[in-house]
Design a protein. Sequence first.
Lengths: 115, 112
Amino acid sequence: GAVVSQHPSRVICKSGTSVKIECRSLDFQATTMFWYRQFPKQSLMLMATSNEGSKATYEQGVEKDKFLINHASLTLSTLTVTSAHPEDSSFYICSASSGQSYGYTFGSGTRLTVV
Amino acid sequence: AQTVTQSQPEMSVQEAETVTLSCTYDTSESNYYLFWYKQPPSRQMILVIRQEAYKQQNATENRFSVNFQKAAKSFSLKISDSQLGDTAMYFCAFATGNQFYFGTGTSLTVIP
Protein backbone atom coordinates (compact mmCIF):
# COMPACT_ATOMS: atom_id res chain seq x y z
CA GLY A 1 0.00 0.00 0.00
CA ALA A 2 0.87 3.66 -0.16
CA VAL A 3 3.43 4.78 2.39
CA VAL A 4 4.27 8.28 3.55
CA SER A 5 7.39 8.84 5.61
CA GLN A 6 7.59 11.85 7.87
CA HIS A 7 10.81 12.91 9.52
CA PRO A 8 11.77 13.69 12.22
CA SER A 9 9.28 12.07 14.56
CA ARG A 10 10.37 14.28 17.43
CA VAL A 11 12.37 17.49 17.52
CA ILE A 12 13.27 19.92 20.23
CA CYS A 13 14.57 23.32 19.21
CA LYS A 14 15.45 26.56 20.89
CA SER A 15 13.21 29.56 20.61
CA GLY A 16 14.12 31.71 17.62
CA THR A 17 15.57 28.91 15.53
CA SER A 18 14.05 27.22 12.49
CA VAL A 19 13.14 23.59 12.06
CA LYS A 20 12.35 21.64 8.92
CA ILE A 21 9.96 18.70 8.71
CA GLU A 22 10.02 16.40 5.71
CA CYS A 23 7.19 14.40 4.22
CA ARG A 24 7.99 11.81 1.57
CA SER A 25 5.76 9.55 -0.46
CA LEU A 26 7.75 6.36 -0.81
CA ASP A 27 5.91 4.37 -3.42
CA PHE A 28 3.67 6.78 -5.26
CA GLN A 29 3.74 10.25 -6.73
CA ALA A 30 2.00 12.75 -4.50
CA THR A 31 0.42 15.44 -6.61
CA THR A 32 -0.99 17.06 -3.49
CA MET A 33 0.27 17.17 0.06
CA PHE A 34 -1.49 18.50 3.11
CA TRP A 35 -0.03 19.80 6.35
CA TYR A 36 -1.97 19.63 9.60
CA ARG A 37 -1.44 20.75 13.13
CA GLN A 38 -3.00 18.89 16.02
CA PHE A 39 -3.31 20.05 19.60
CA PRO A 40 -3.78 17.48 22.38
CA LYS A 41 -7.15 15.75 22.26
CA GLN A 42 -8.27 17.87 19.34
CA SER A 43 -8.89 17.27 15.68
CA LEU A 44 -6.45 17.91 12.86
CA MET A 45 -6.37 21.51 11.75
CA LEU A 46 -5.46 21.96 8.10
CA MET A 47 -2.64 24.46 7.73
CA ALA A 48 -1.97 24.36 4.02
CA THR A 49 -2.33 22.42 0.82
CA SER A 50 0.56 22.14 -1.59
CA ASN A 51 0.69 20.98 -5.16
CA GLU A 52 3.94 19.95 -6.76
CA GLY A 53 5.71 22.84 -8.41
CA SER A 54 3.36 25.55 -7.24
CA LYS A 55 2.92 27.74 -4.19
CA ALA A 56 1.08 26.33 -1.23
CA THR A 57 -2.43 27.43 -0.40
CA TYR A 58 -2.65 28.42 3.25
CA GLU A 59 -5.73 28.28 5.40
CA GLN A 60 -7.01 31.46 6.94
CA GLY A 61 -5.08 32.43 10.04
CA VAL A 62 -1.94 30.47 9.17
CA GLU A 63 1.12 32.68 8.81
CA LYS A 64 2.77 32.06 5.46
CA ASP A 65 6.07 33.57 6.52
CA LYS A 66 6.27 31.47 9.66
CA PHE A 67 5.25 28.16 8.15
CA LEU A 68 7.12 27.79 4.87
CA ILE A 69 5.96 24.94 2.68
CA ASN A 70 7.87 23.64 -0.29
CA HIS A 71 6.68 20.91 -2.63
CA ALA A 72 9.54 20.75 -5.09
CA SER A 73 9.02 17.20 -6.31
CA LEU A 74 6.25 14.64 -6.60
CA THR A 75 7.63 12.74 -3.63
CA LEU A 76 8.76 15.41 -1.20
CA SER A 77 7.17 18.27 0.66
CA THR A 78 8.76 20.18 3.51
CA LEU A 79 7.37 22.37 6.26
CA THR A 80 9.78 24.81 7.83
CA VAL A 81 8.80 26.50 11.05
CA THR A 82 10.79 29.73 11.09
CA SER A 83 11.75 31.68 14.20
CA ALA A 84 9.99 29.12 16.34
CA HIS A 85 8.37 30.11 19.60
CA PRO A 86 7.01 27.96 22.43
CA GLU A 87 3.46 28.47 21.15
CA ASP A 88 4.48 26.68 17.95
CA SER A 89 4.98 23.52 19.97
CA SER A 90 2.53 21.01 18.61
CA PHE A 91 2.05 17.81 16.66
CA TYR A 92 2.40 18.27 12.90
CA ILE A 93 1.10 15.69 10.43
CA CYS A 94 1.37 15.52 6.67
CA SER A 95 -0.74 13.58 4.24
CA ALA A 96 -0.31 12.89 0.57
CA SER A 97 -2.65 12.16 -2.27
CA SER A 98 -1.90 10.72 -5.67
CA GLY A 99 -5.07 12.29 -6.96
CA GLN A 100 -6.58 8.92 -7.76
CA SER A 101 -9.70 7.64 -6.04
CA TYR A 102 -9.19 10.11 -3.25
CA GLY A 103 -6.50 8.03 -1.63
CA TYR A 104 -5.01 9.97 1.26
CA THR A 105 -2.08 8.56 3.21
CA PHE A 106 -0.80 10.10 6.41
CA GLY A 107 2.70 10.40 7.74
CA SER A 108 3.41 9.35 11.31
CA GLY A 109 3.63 12.91 12.57
CA THR A 110 6.26 15.14 14.15
CA ARG A 111 6.20 16.26 17.76
CA LEU A 112 7.77 19.73 17.86
CA THR A 113 8.80 21.19 21.19
CA VAL A 114 10.18 24.71 21.29
CA VAL A 115 12.07 25.58 24.46
CA ALA B 1 -18.70 25.24 2.94
CA GLN B 2 -18.35 21.65 3.97
CA THR B 3 -18.70 20.68 7.64
CA VAL B 4 -18.31 17.38 9.46
CA THR B 5 -19.95 16.88 12.85
CA GLN B 6 -19.23 14.18 15.39
CA SER B 7 -21.62 14.67 18.28
CA GLN B 8 -20.08 12.09 20.64
CA PRO B 9 -16.82 13.37 22.17
CA GLU B 10 -16.34 10.18 24.20
CA MET B 11 -17.74 6.69 24.12
CA SER B 12 -17.00 3.39 25.78
CA VAL B 13 -17.89 -0.19 24.99
CA GLN B 14 -17.34 -3.54 26.64
CA GLU B 15 -14.93 -5.86 24.93
CA ALA B 16 -16.67 -8.09 22.36
CA GLU B 17 -19.68 -5.80 22.20
CA THR B 18 -20.79 -3.58 19.31
CA VAL B 19 -20.56 0.20 19.24
CA THR B 20 -21.70 2.80 16.71
CA LEU B 21 -20.02 6.15 16.23
CA SER B 22 -22.05 8.93 14.65
CA CYS B 23 -21.06 11.39 11.94
CA THR B 24 -23.06 13.88 9.95
CA TYR B 25 -21.85 16.20 7.25
CA ASP B 26 -23.11 19.07 5.21
CA THR B 27 -22.29 19.68 1.58
CA SER B 28 -23.79 20.78 -1.68
CA GLU B 29 -21.40 18.61 -3.65
CA SER B 30 -22.68 15.50 -5.40
CA ASN B 31 -19.35 13.72 -5.82
CA TYR B 32 -17.38 13.13 -2.65
CA TYR B 33 -15.78 10.53 -0.41
CA LEU B 34 -16.25 9.79 3.26
CA PHE B 35 -13.72 8.23 5.59
CA TRP B 36 -13.26 6.99 9.10
CA TYR B 37 -9.75 7.27 10.49
CA LYS B 38 -8.43 5.80 13.71
CA GLN B 39 -5.73 7.56 15.73
CA PRO B 40 -4.33 5.37 18.51
CA PRO B 41 -2.02 6.75 21.23
CA SER B 42 0.87 6.51 18.77
CA ARG B 43 -0.95 9.28 16.87
CA GLN B 44 -0.53 7.55 13.52
CA MET B 45 -3.61 8.17 11.40
CA ILE B 46 -4.94 4.84 10.18
CA LEU B 47 -7.63 4.53 7.53
CA VAL B 48 -10.43 2.34 8.83
CA ILE B 49 -12.94 2.51 6.02
CA ARG B 50 -13.85 4.58 2.98
CA GLN B 51 -17.14 5.18 1.19
CA GLU B 52 -17.72 6.66 -2.24
CA ALA B 53 -20.82 8.85 -2.28
CA TYR B 54 -22.02 7.42 -5.58
CA LYS B 55 -22.14 3.90 -4.17
CA GLN B 56 -25.33 2.92 -2.42
CA GLN B 57 -23.85 -0.19 -0.85
CA ASN B 58 -22.41 0.37 2.60
CA ALA B 59 -18.68 -0.25 2.87
CA THR B 60 -17.44 -3.06 5.09
CA GLU B 61 -13.97 -3.96 6.33
CA ASN B 62 -13.93 -7.00 8.57
CA ARG B 63 -15.39 -5.87 11.94
CA PHE B 64 -15.96 -2.34 10.70
CA SER B 65 -18.98 -1.27 8.67
CA VAL B 66 -20.71 1.96 7.87
CA ASN B 67 -24.30 3.06 7.60
CA PHE B 68 -24.26 5.62 4.82
CA GLN B 69 -27.47 7.60 4.49
CA LYS B 70 -26.82 10.04 1.67
CA ALA B 71 -30.12 11.89 1.86
CA ALA B 72 -29.70 12.39 5.58
CA LYS B 73 -25.99 13.16 5.15
CA SER B 74 -25.15 10.64 7.80
CA PHE B 75 -22.15 8.30 7.92
CA SER B 76 -21.96 6.22 11.07
CA LEU B 77 -19.31 3.62 11.89
CA LYS B 78 -20.21 0.32 13.51
CA ILE B 79 -17.50 -1.67 15.24
CA SER B 80 -18.46 -5.26 15.96
CA ASP B 81 -16.76 -7.58 18.44
CA SER B 82 -14.84 -4.67 19.94
CA GLN B 83 -11.24 -5.38 20.88
CA LEU B 84 -8.92 -3.63 23.30
CA GLY B 85 -6.84 -2.50 20.35
CA ASP B 86 -9.79 -0.53 19.06
CA THR B 87 -9.26 2.01 21.84
CA ALA B 88 -8.40 5.23 20.00
CA MET B 89 -9.65 8.53 18.68
CA TYR B 90 -11.88 8.10 15.65
CA PHE B 91 -12.23 10.86 13.10
CA CYS B 92 -14.86 11.09 10.42
CA ALA B 93 -13.66 12.88 7.30
CA PHE B 94 -15.08 14.22 4.06
CA ALA B 95 -13.22 14.82 0.81
CA THR B 96 -14.18 16.51 -2.42
CA GLY B 97 -11.99 17.96 -5.12
CA ASN B 98 -8.80 18.97 -3.36
CA GLN B 99 -10.51 19.61 -0.05
CA PHE B 100 -10.37 17.38 2.99
CA TYR B 101 -12.33 18.02 6.19
CA PHE B 102 -12.17 16.29 9.58
CA GLY B 103 -14.74 16.04 12.32
CA THR B 104 -13.81 16.83 15.90
CA GLY B 105 -13.31 13.19 16.80
CA THR B 106 -14.74 10.61 19.16
CA SER B 107 -12.59 9.06 21.85
CA LEU B 108 -13.47 5.39 22.10
CA THR B 109 -12.45 3.26 25.05
CA VAL B 110 -12.88 -0.50 24.99
CA ILE B 111 -13.34 -1.83 28.50
CA PRO B 112 -11.97 -5.29 29.32
